[in-house]
Design a protein around this ligand. Structure first.
Ligand code: SD4
Length: 340
């Protein structure tokens, strides 16, 4: 648990570092921040952050790796495998909701501290899409494999085919087919009580004891999407980006909106300009709202970011985006600030 003296000192150092590292601009220093963005100014190492409430359990698996002095890239892979295995999570891995043809197709990517990255899109029958993405990164000269090619690569590397469609997800799909006449929309989601938006993709960012950053993102994508639709999650720069000199960012929500602004890369670039991770996420969300003021009110997008100091923050279009944080003194789920 950080003591108060350490907190005050690190808060001071952090604000000072930001002011020293870039010209002060609105929202770029702690003093100039909009009031509704939560700021942590602790210097945390190691740190793991991930999207949504279930990120807490995933963070625990990642934290375990970091406690053994593992690398951030190993931690994020181990972390996101937790929801990939969980049939209750209907937007990631096993148990994910299918596309409109009843096929569960997974998107995932991973990026480490040396700009190495791997990705799969439209992968069927393999629940740990993130591990296939990691192998694309480690064992091929490529960044991204899709569809049958991704499956073939996975099988060649020892993965076994599994049925990913669970009875619950199949039942929901059949009900959807009956009411929606095979017509996909981009905002199918669980609604929490009160109608709040709730998606389930996991994006995870970690910094290890060496101060290196990595990230992972994995999803079954938008429920009942067109077969072949790819969202932001497996696209390096959209659903995830890591720049070990600056920070890392990931996203959840309607991928089309994120792809249009190359969202995670944009958040990292705002951090490069000196914005705190929370302010950087807010700037990206505002970009979406500015380009698309009408549809932005209808959909959810949330960004989560961490910088090189271990400072983190998030921001979303709508209420309901949550993120889980694990550091030496913190193991909590926070509600993100939001635009609307
Ligand atoms: C997608 N961004 O496929 C993903 C879906 C998501 O929470 O994040 N849902 O567009």
């Amino acid at each position: 648990m950080p003591d108060r003296r350490k907190f005050v000192k690190s808060a001071f150092l952090s604000a000072g570092a930001i002011v020293a590292g870039a010209s002060v601009r609105a929202g770029a220093s702690t003093a100039g921040l909009p009031q509704d963005v939560s700021y942590n100014t602790l210097r945390n190492k190691p740190v793991v952050v991930s999207t949504w409430d279930f990120g807490k359990e995933a963070n625990a698996a990642a934290w375990h790796v970091l406690q053994q002095d593992g690398h951030a890239v190993e931690a994020v892979e181990a972390g996101v495998k937790v929801p990939e295995s969980d049939p209750q999570n209907q937007s990631v891995g096993y148990g994910g909701r299918p596309d409109r043809d009843g096929r569960v197709t997974l998107d995932a990517c991973i990026m480490d501290h040396m700009y190495r990255c791997g990705s799969v899109a439209g992968l069927e029958h393999i629940k740990h899409a993130i591990s296939v993405a990691r192998l694309v990164m480690d064992r091929t000269p490529h960044v991204m494999l899709v569809g049958d090619g991704a499956l073939q690569f996975a099988l060649e590397n020892g993965f076994r085919k599994e049925k990913l469609l669970t009875p619950t997800s199949e039942r929901e799909w059949r009900e959807w087919l009956r009411d929606n006449k095979y017509s996909p929309v981009n905002n199918i989601e669980n609604r929490l009580p009160g109608g709040r938006h709730n998606h389930d993709t996991i994006g995870m960012l970690a910094m290890d004891n060496r101060g290196n950053l990595s990230g992972a993102c994995t999803t079954s994508g938008m429920a009942f999407k067109l077969h072949g639709r790819v969202g932001d999650s497996p696209i390096i720069g959209a659903g995830l980006y890591v720049d070990n000199e600056i920070g890392a960012a990931t996203s959840s929500g309607v991928g089309e909106e994120v792809i249009r602004i190359v969202g995670s890369h944009l958040v990292v670039e705002y951090m490069r300009m000196g914005f705190h991770p929370g302010a950087a996420c807010r700037k990206a969300v505002e970009r979406i709202a500015r380009h698309n003021p009408i549809s932005a009110k209808e959909v959810q997008v949330g960004f989560l970011a961490v910088n090189k100091h271990g400072e983190y923050g998030a921001y979303a279009l709508q209420e309901g985006f949550t993120y889980a944080v694990k550091t030496d003194g913190i193991n909590e789920v926070f509600s993100s600030e939001h635009l609307f």
